[in-house]
Design a protein around this ligand. Structure first.
Ligand code: ADP
Ligand code: S3P
Ligand code: MG
Length: 160
């Protein structure tokens, strides 16, 4: 069975996917391999729209992979992606956290430059979050609250 982890930037999709399965796929890593440059550089050179097109192609290819997949936080922006995720037989797990915790985590995570974070004020980011939350909830087959929980606790909760 394919398992998709969805949720806003910083919710732990990449971290939790790597702990759930040695054979996990991080969509961002697949995209970086395809485009041959960091995501932030690609946004600057080609724009978000082109990134979203590639993201959709990668999503399509992975739906029946049978693997654990960490999506990018913006995968729900395209209606077509939401349809694919909603209609697939895959498990879609939403890692739910409150905005202030996510903001703290992504501000501190200097190893991963996220253009959506770098290019928006905190207030704009909050608006993006509010809009996306409705999408995550709409397509999730399971919701795990991750605020205040360790990665280990979250993995255990998913596995029970
Ligand atoms: N449960 C957690 N508690 C505290 N920090 C976490 C937790 N999960 C992930 N993090 C940290 O938050 C940051 C973002 O995690 P990441 O897995 O990259 O999230 P995402 O892929 O959803 O953007 C990283 O610095 C990571 O170590
Ligand atoms: O929220 C977004 O639009 C994005 C989230 C990132 O992934 P994470 O959610 O893993 O940080 C990455 O796909 C890209 O920077 C765009
Ligand atoms: Mg990630």
């Amino acid at each position: 069975m394919t398992t998709f982890l969805i949720g806003f930037m910083g919710s732990g999709k990449s971290t939790i996917a790597s702990l759930l399965s040695a054979d996990f796929v991080d969509m961002d890593t697949v995209i970086v391999d395809k485009i041959g440059m960091p995501i932030a550089d690609f946004f600057a050179q080609f724009g978000e729209r082109r990134f979203r097109e590639i993201e959709s192609q990668v999503l399509q290819e992975l739906t029946t992979s049978g693997r654990v997949i960490a999506t990018g936080g913006g995968v729900v922006v395209a209606a077509e992606n939401r349809r694919i995720l909603h209609e697939s037989t895959a498990e879609v797990i939403y890692l739910k956290a409150d905005f202030s915790e996510l903001y703290r985590r992504i501000s501190a995570d200097r190893q991963n430059v996220r253009p959506i974070f770098e290019n928006n004020s905190r207030a704009d980011l909050q608006l993006i979050f509010d809009k996306r939350v409705a999408f995550y909830e709409e397509i999730a087959s399971k919701i795990i609250t991750v605020t205040g929980k360790s990665p280990c606790e979250i993995v255990k909760e998913i596995q029970t």
